[in-house]
Design a protein around this ligand. Structure first.
Ligand code: ZN
Length: 315
């Protein structure tokens, strides 16, 4: 009796729907919000086709100074999981979460990572009178720039996805294991590239202090006129100090960043005689067609630009 069979099948589907609302239909994906593009890529790598990711701060976007939109609030309200960096990277997020009314769990991808202190030997930008108005912690949020940390991000995301969608646990674990192996290979490539750069040339300039974890993990020294956030402008004094430093320490190159205005480092290059290396992707991926459409492509692109600019001596 086909009708009866259809009824039973319908009932079974209904039960499955009640038990695991997001796994019942292949086309129904777990709605996940990621605060910025690097996290969105990790969620896609681990979530595979079980998840649908909405990214708040998209390709080439600056998450330090983002202004959320009504669409962001809507995405949060519909989400079953929200993945954020933490370490005060997304200062605009708590208000957005509150106004969206979302009930979704918030997973901090940096959970378990030992944060680096922000290197604040920068001038206080004349803000001394404001006391601790900017006292939102002095942790450096750019932890993803170390691949060892990226592996912690991926493990946290795997566990958060498994908690939000237990039916997908095996898939998330398999995807994460495969991806973690790719990250191991990536780390080997980055270290090999650094080893090819003469030790005395392992130093460079970027606009903002986004590479502290990279410096610590791989031994390329990055100096920046701007602090760990892009919120505060670099002072003329900081810029002058860096120009002197480039000259006295013979720093070979300055790098542009995808999330900051190129003018500052171009000025430093002009006034110091350092060459402009390529563009590094610091706080955001490129769009998928660009050179840094995924985290792995971003790290490969960055180290390749760094090696090109630093490995060869002056012509
Ligand atoms: Zn940054």
């Amino acid at each position: 009796m086909p009708n009866r069979r259809a009824l039973v099948a319908g009932l079974a589907a209904g039960l499955a729907l009640a038990a695991a609302p997001f796994a019942a239909f292949a086309q129904e994906k777990l709605p996940v919000v990621a605060s910025f593009s690097v996290l969105a890529d990790f969620v896609k790598q681990v979530g595979g086709d079980r998840v649908g990711v909405t990214t708040l701060v998209g390709p080439d976007g600056d998450a330090h100074v983002y202004s959320p939109t009504p669409a962001d609030a809507k995405a949060l309200a519909a989400a079953k999981l929200v993945v954020v960096n933490g370490l005060h990277f997304e200062g605009w997020l708590p208000r957005l979460v509150k106004s969206s009314g979302t009930k979704a769990p918030l997973a901090e991808a940096t959970k378990g990572i030992t944060p680096l202190e922000a290197d604040d030997d920068h001038e206080d930008h004349g803000k001394a009178g404001h006391g601790h108005a900017h006292a939102h912690g002095h942790d450096d949020p750019h932890a993803w720039q170390s691949i060892a940390n990226a592996k912690v991000y991926v493990a946290n995301i795997r566990d958060a996805l498994s908690a939000a969608d237990p039916a997908g646990k095996a898939a998330y674990e398999a995807n994460a294991a495969a991806y973690l192996a790719q990250l191991d290979a990536l780390e080997g490539e980055v270290k090999a590239a650094v080893a090819r750069i003469p030790a005395e040339r392992r130093k460079a300039i970027t606009t903002h202090d986004a590479f502290g974890y990279f410096v610590k993990a791989y031994g390329i020294d990055f100096i920046a006129p701007q602090g760990v956030s892009t919120e505060a402008e670099a002072s003329a004094k900081d810029v002058a100090r860096i120009i002197r430093q480039v000259k006295t320490q013979k720093i070979p190159a300055v790098f542009l960043e995808n999330v900051t205005n190129p003018r500052l480092v171009e000025q430093i290059a002009r006034e110091s005689g350092a060459k402009v290396g390529g563009k590094l992707y610091s706080d955001a991926l490129s769009d998928t067609g660009g050179p840094a459409g995924t985290y792995i492509r971003m790290m490969k692109h960055n180290i390749s630009e760094i090696e090109k600019a630093l490995a060869a001596g002056p012509a």
